[in-house]
Design a protein around this ligand. Structure first.
Ligand SMILES: Cc1cc2nc3c(=O)[nH]c(=O)nc-3n(C[C@H](O)[C@H](O)[C@H](O)COP(=O)(O)OP(=O)(O)OC[C@H]3O[C@@H](n4cnc5c(N)ncnc54)[C@H](O)[C@@H]3O)c2cc1C
Length: 402
């Protein structure tokens, strides 16, 4: 709440500084339109007589009715606009992590599905840890729509009051989660790399200040606590065969007029000739140490022999060795392949955060003190330009014999 006291001298400085046009003059006094005010505090700082103050709600609220960890289950898109795709892998990653959080809190893990038809979700999601599935059934959900999903999800949250909600940091999740956070006036931590429970609160850890420090973010004053997590950050737990979740059908009324955008046709990108790093089992990556686009081909040749995807550090992308879609790391893609090979990559924290979950990391670097070696299982100190062609040759011969 913004308050303007009798101390106001009518200098109009606050009106000029407000980025949201929430302040105006009424006679010789400033007045605020609270529906436009975002409590950004610019007016408080500029006021020469300290007539403006913000009263934030800090009193400890009773959140005892908020229970349960929820996961938004994202479905794949398909070209057929009348059919839903399969469950995206990231949903299983979030359920696996959500299970640990729910166990710590001794609360239920609930999956939230928006779809036109139930495709045995209680069985599939139950095996990955869900105790309950809130199944929101409506033809309107077949094609993702920001307005409709936001209204429906917010209504569901208001009805059942979960303590935490996890979203994938995908195109849909990154669109939906902030809308809901804004609609419910709660916080949201984007791109978390770790989640845990401390004193009953969700600890949302994510890189901050350019990735140089890890910040633990808490939301003690609002519910639900909301976070997004990128694909490939959390590991999928072993599914429990035969575990079935309780299916709760939610009849959510949809006002079709809410839909401001209608998808008329969807054309899916044809599978490109090069493997995508997102879901690759093996990735061979190169960095600035590869020196030129021509020499970067040595990385690509090894990848081709192994049937691996090609990754790159940001420096390699910036230097034009590879396209941005191949960038691994904080501002690229987070990956977790079985095998990650790094050639001429120093191992800056922003790169490590995107690949450290790989099962086996092999690194080749001239510098024995390179940070990449701290994450590597197999570390080779040497010249990548010499090692790469030899390794490719040996593997070519070995693979031919098999
Ligand atoms: C906000 C922010 C986001 C970022 N996001 C990302 C991101 O998503 N991904 C990312 O990768 N970076 C990211 N960065 C950049 C990151 O900080 C590093 O600058 C970058 O990762 C360095 O790339 P590199 O390791 O290829 O290059 P360098 O750090 O220059 O390392 C080159 C390495 O090659 C080695 N080398 C040289 N010649 C040879 C040779 N012949 N044989 C073997 N080794 C050799 C050197 O010893 C050195 O270790 C980000 C930075 C910021 C601030």
């Amino acid at each position: 709440m913004l308050e303007i006291s009798v101390k106001c001298i009518g200098c109009t400085k606050c009106v000029a500084v407000c980025p949201f046009g929430a302040l105006s003059m009424s006679g010789k006094k400033a007045v605020v339109n609270m529906s436009a005010c975002t409590l950004c505090g610019a007016c408080v700082q500029i006021c020469p007589v300290e007539a403006i103050s913000i009263k934030r709600e800090t009193a400890s609220k009773d959140f005892s009715s908020y229970k349960g960890v929820w996961v938004f289950v994202e479905l794949e898109d398909s070209e057929d606009l009348s059919a839903e795709g399969d469950i995206r892998k990231v949903s299983f990653e979030l359920l696996s992590e959500g299970r640990k959080l729910a166990d710590s809190l001794k609360e239920d893990l609930c999956a939230v599905v928006f779809a036109a038809k139930n495709k045995n979700y209680e069985r599939i999601l139950g095996e990955y840890g869900a105790d309950k599935v809130y199944f929101c059934e409506n033809e309107e959900f077949t094609v993702y729509n920001t307005d409709i999903y936001c209204a429906a999800f917010s209504a569901l949250i208001n009805k059942h009051k979960p303590s935490a909600v996890l979203f994938p940091a995908t195109v849909k999740g990154r669109d939906l989660a902030p809308r809901i956070a804004s609609a419910l006036y709660v916080g949201l931590t984007a791109d978390c790399t770790a989640l845990s429970i401390r004193d009953g609160l969700l600890v949302q850890s994510r890189p901050a200040f350019g990735g140089n420090i890890m910040a633990d973010i808490l939301s003690p004053n609002s519910r639900p606590q909301m976070a997004t997590v990128r694909p490939n950050v959390m590991k999928i737990s072993q599914p429990k065969s035969g575990k079935i979740a309780i299916l709760i059908r939610e009849d959510i009324k949809i006002d079709k007029n809410m839909r401001r955008v209608k998808v008329l046709k969807r054309r899916m990108e044809k599978a490109s000739s090069s493997l995508k790093i997102e879901n690759a089992n093996m990735i061979v990556s190169g960095g600035r140490g590869m020196k030129s686009k021509e020499r970067f081909r040595l990385v690509e040749e090894l990848a081709s022999v192994l049937g691996a995807a090609v990754g790159a550090s940001r420096a390699a992308v910036d230097m034009g060795f590879k396209e941005k879609s191949h960038q691994v790391g904080q501002s690229g893609v987070t990956v977790s392949p079985r095998l990650y090979m790094a050639f001429g990559i120093s191992g800056a924290v922003q790169h490590l955060v995107g690949m450290k979950n790989s099962d086996i990391i092999v690194a080749v670097n001239k510098d024995p003190n390179a940070m990449i070696f701290t994450a590597a299982k197999y570390a080779f100190i040497g010249d990548a330009h010499q090692i790469l062609p030899k390794l490719t040759e040996i593997l070519k011969k070995g693979l031919k014999k098999d």
